[in-house]
Write a protein that binds this ligand. Structure first.
Ligand SMILES: [Zn+2]
Length: 484
């Protein structure tokens, strides 16, 4: 294919306000135009953008459309450097080849490279690669600076409703520690706080939205729900940068709107389960419903409430109707008279051990890592003091590193305190004690766990004999024996 150098398009781009103000666009255009003239292009057109170097960017797409439109008959695209074209290597190299196929060549002014020949193509690929790596490094720098902020308890994100950007953002305190980047918004913070309090008073999200909107906010129920789930209001900073390092959150040093325990309560109330469960109140008064059988008919007894008093009755012809209180006492007596077969204790402990590991192995691992990090920081402090005494570092460096290290130690200790791992021995004792006293265990269970528990104790359910006021022919779990 014969190479024509008639018409070219110059593409200039800046990605920051700073570059824009520096007159970077003009510089790019001047240099590219000189270059185009030197190569003999007669028709020179120009497109420019203020956007990042992404393929999906609007202006870039428009420019590519213009460039490849056959009617426009462009022969070349001229950019000052590879990074002005794209920082995304696969796209950049692919575009270069696509353009080459239709007779449009890319020119990179810095280094005077052109895709007109094979050597030029290789050189341009190298340049794309470099731009790609630079971009990667930039991202790393952003992550590092985010991490540094977060580790000092400073939010690295836009403030949510109720907070505003602090005037002290980016400033250091007397100990060279970053000051919080956000502060309470005098107008909205009281409203968000009120929303939390109203939820705590068991008001529904719809009611709360209406109420706080009546004070001048204008947000919908869904958005308020999202806001009330943000841990930043109780001081926790949750961030992707932290997540990627396995840190669920750090404690922020900004002013909190609500305590952690209240925030946790709000989360429970917001998840609908809590609301749904409240409705099924009957279950609590008649926990044996579904487990009791009539001795005469061998059919299930039905539990019900009259004026709040529980009864179980037989609906199968024998007219048996017994007060709940009476049967519940028989049930309590049965549970109290059970004795654990001690040969099972070993198996139970093994089972607890397995469950314990399932539940806590991750936390234990995290604990270990944090303790190791703490040890490291402690010895760093010691070495630091030695370096200072030996005169290897000056006092201000010493103080700065010391403060940094100490605040990291505080953060780590906080994180360590938040990892709750109970003593395995204690758990064994507690569970064994409960299993030895099934009646205590039964009374501690929630109404939803009571029934399954009883079913594991009395495998075939409980058949009530009115005459003797006791359960007949109970099949007890082999773990237990009845007191003689
Ligand atoms: Zn009956």
């Amino acid at each position: 294919m014969k190479i024509v150098r008639n018409k070219c398009l110059i593409w200039t781009r800046v990605s920051s306000q700073e570059q824009l103000e520096n007159g970077s666009l003009n510089t790019q255009l001047t240099l590219c135009t000189e270059y185009a003239r030197s190569l003999g292009f007669c028709v020179i057109e120009h497109e420019s953008a203020y956007e990042s170097a992404k393929a999906e960017n609007k202006k870039f797409k428009q420019m590519m459309k213009k460039l490849t439109d056959r009617k426009n008959k462009f022969d070349a695209l001229i950019v000052l450097s590879a990074s002005r074209f794209s920082r995304y290597l696969p796209l950049a190299s692919n575009t270069l080849m696509e353009l080459k196929k239709v007779g449009i060549y890319i020119h990179i002014v810095r280094g005077r490279m052109t895709s007109e020949n094979d050597k030029g193509v290789m050189d341009i690929f190298q340049e794309f690669l470099r731009a790609n790596q630079e971009n990667h490094e930039r991202k790393e720098i952003t992550i590092t600076s985010r991490m540094a902020k977060l580790k000092q308890g400073v939010s690295a994100s836009k403030p949510p409703l109720g907070y505003i950007t602090s005037n002290n953002r980016g400033k250091l305190d007397d100990n060279n520690i970053l000051l919080p980047s956000i502060q309470l918004c005098p107008k909205n913070a009281p409203l968000i706080k009120k929303a939390f309090k109203l939820i705590l008073q068991k008001r529904t999200l719809t009611e709360v939205t209406a109420e706080i909107n009546s004070f001048g906010l204008n947000i919908n129920r869904k958005y308020l729900g999202e806001l009330l789930r943000k841990p930043i209001y109780c001081g926790k900073l949750v961030d992707k940068t932290l997540m990627d390092k396995g840190i669920p959150f750090v404690m922020g040093r900004h002013e909190k709107l609500i305590s952690i325990s209240e925030f946790d309560k709000v989360q429970k109330l917001l998840s609908k389960k809590a609301l749904k469960r409240k409705k099924k109140t009957n279950e609590e008064e008649i926990p044996l419903n579904g487990l009791l059988r009539c001795d005469t008919c061998q059919k299930n007894l039905t539990g019900y409430l009259t004026k709040g008093i529980p009864y179980y009755k037989c609906n199968h012809g024998c007219k048996l109707n017994i007060p709940g209180k009476k049967v519940h006492r028989v049930n309590d007596n049965l549970l109290s008279s059970l004795q654990l077969d001690t040969t099972f204790i070993k198996d139970i402990i093994n089972l607890i051990e397995i469950k314990y590991k399932e539940k806590y192995s991750e936390a234990i691992q995290k604990q270990k890592i944090k303790r190791k990090e703490l040890d490291k920081l402690d010895s760093r402090l010691e070495n630091l003091l030695l370096s200072k005494l030996d005169g290897e570092i000056d006092n201000s460096t010493y103080k700065k590193i010391k403060n940094d290290t100490e605040s990291n130690i505080i953060i780590l200790q906080d994180e360590l305190n938040d990892i709750k791992v109970p003593e395995a021995q204690l758990i064994h004792q507690k569970i064994i004690n409960l299993i030895k006293n099934p009646n205590t265990l039964y009374n501690r269970l929630s109404v939803y766990d009571k029934k399954p528990f009883l079913k594991t104790i009395a495998i075939d359910g409980l058949t009530y004999n009115k005459k003797d006021n006791k359960f007949n022919n109970i099949k007890i779990n082999r773990m237990y024996k009845l007191h003689p």
